[in-house]
Design a binder for this molecule. Structure first.
Ligand SMILES: *Cc1c(COP(=O)(O)O)cnc(C)c1O
Length: 235
C-alpha cells in the first residue's frame, strides 16, 4: 500500500527510529538491542499493512477482539503480534492462539489458559510479567502485579508448557519521573533474570518516555501515537 497515509507513517516512523538511535547513542547502547513494537490499537488493519510495507514486524494491540480480527486479516504478512492490554482469564486461551508475545501477565491464574491455548495451537508464546510500579498513585488499576508478587508469577510462567518466560513489562506511573520508575523495573527484571537467565526482556517506554526507557535498559519499546497519531479518547 502506498498513498498519503503511507507517506505520513513513513515520516513519523523515521522520526521515532531517529529518537531511538539518539537515546541509544546517549546511553552507549547498540540500537540492535532495542525492538520497536508499534502499537496499532484503534487504528484500522490497513494502517498495519502500510506499516508492514515500511518494514515494521512487531505490532502491539490491547483488546482481544480487535487484535484477533487484525491478526487473522493480516496473517499473510508474517507480523509478530504483541498483546499489551489487560487480559481477562476467559480470553487468555484465545489470545495465545495468535499472540506471539503477551506483555501483560500479572497473575498466576492467566498462565493455565495461556499455556493450553499455546499448546492447542502448537506454538510457543513469549510472556512478560507486568509490574505495577504505582500501586497507590494516580495510575493504580492499570494492571500489573505488585513487585513482591513478581518472582512467584515468573517461576510459574517458566514452568508452564507452551510458554517461554521472556522478562518483565511496566507502564510508567502518571505524573512521576519515568526514569526513576524504569530504574525500579530494571532492578525487578534483574532479579527475575537471576532466577531465569533467559528472561532478558524489559518492555518499557511509550511515545512520551521512550528516551528514559532506553536509558534504563529497555529492550522493547511500545510506541503508538508518536507513529500513528492521536487515538480517539476512550469513552
Ligand atoms: C497504548 C499503549 C501504549 C502506546 O502508548 P502511546 O503513548 O500511544 O505511545 C504502550 N503501552 C501500553 C500498555 C498501551 O496500552
Amino acid at each position: 500500500m502506498s498513498d498519503t497515509r503511507s507517506a505520513e507513517l513513513a515520516a513519523s516512523l523515521a522520526e521515532v527510529r531517529e529518537r531511538i538511535a539518539h537515546a541509544c547513542a546517549a546511553a552507549g547502547r547498540d540500537p540492535a538491542e532495542v525492538t520497536l513494537v508499534v502499537v496499532t490499537k484503534t487504528f484500522p488493519a490497513d494502517d498495519v499493512a502500510r506499516l508492514a510495507a515500511l518494514g515494521v514486524v512487531d505490532v502491539g494491540e490491547n483488546r482481544h477482539q480487535e487484535a484477533a480480527a487484525k491478526a487473522e486479516a493480516l496473517a499473510h504478512l508474517g507480523l509478530r503480534w504483541h498483546f499489551i492490554g489487560r487480559l481477562q482469564r476467559n480470553k487468555a486461551r484465545a489470545v495465545a492462539a495468535y499472540a506471539d508475545v503477551v506483555h501483560s501477565v500479572d497473575r498466576v491464574e492467566l498462565l493455565g489458559p495461556l499455556s493450553s491455548g499455546a499448546m492447542d495451537a502448537g506454538r510457543v508464546v513469549d510472556v512478560l510479567v507486568q509490574v505495577d510500579l504505582d500501586q497507590t498513585g494516580a495510575s493504580a488499576g492499570r494492571g500489573g502485579a505488585a513487585p513482591t508478587a513478581v518472582p512467584a508469577i515468573a517461576d510459574e510462567a517458566a514452568r508452564a508448557s507452551g510458554l517461554r518466560l521472556a522478562g518483565v513489562m511496566a507502564v510508567a506511573p502518571l505524573g512521576a519521573d519515568p526514569g526513576e520508575a524504569f530504574a525500579r523495573l530494571r532492578t525487578i527484571g534483574d532479579a527475575v533474570r537471576a532466577a531465569h537467565p533467559q528472561a532478558r526482556w524489559i518492555s518499557a517506554g511509550m511515545s512520551g518516555d521512550l528516551d528514559q526507557a532506553v536509558a534504563a535498559g529497555a529492550t522493547h519499546l511500545r510506541v503508538g501515537s508518536a507513529i500513528l497519531g492521536q487515538r480517539p479518547p476512550l469513552q
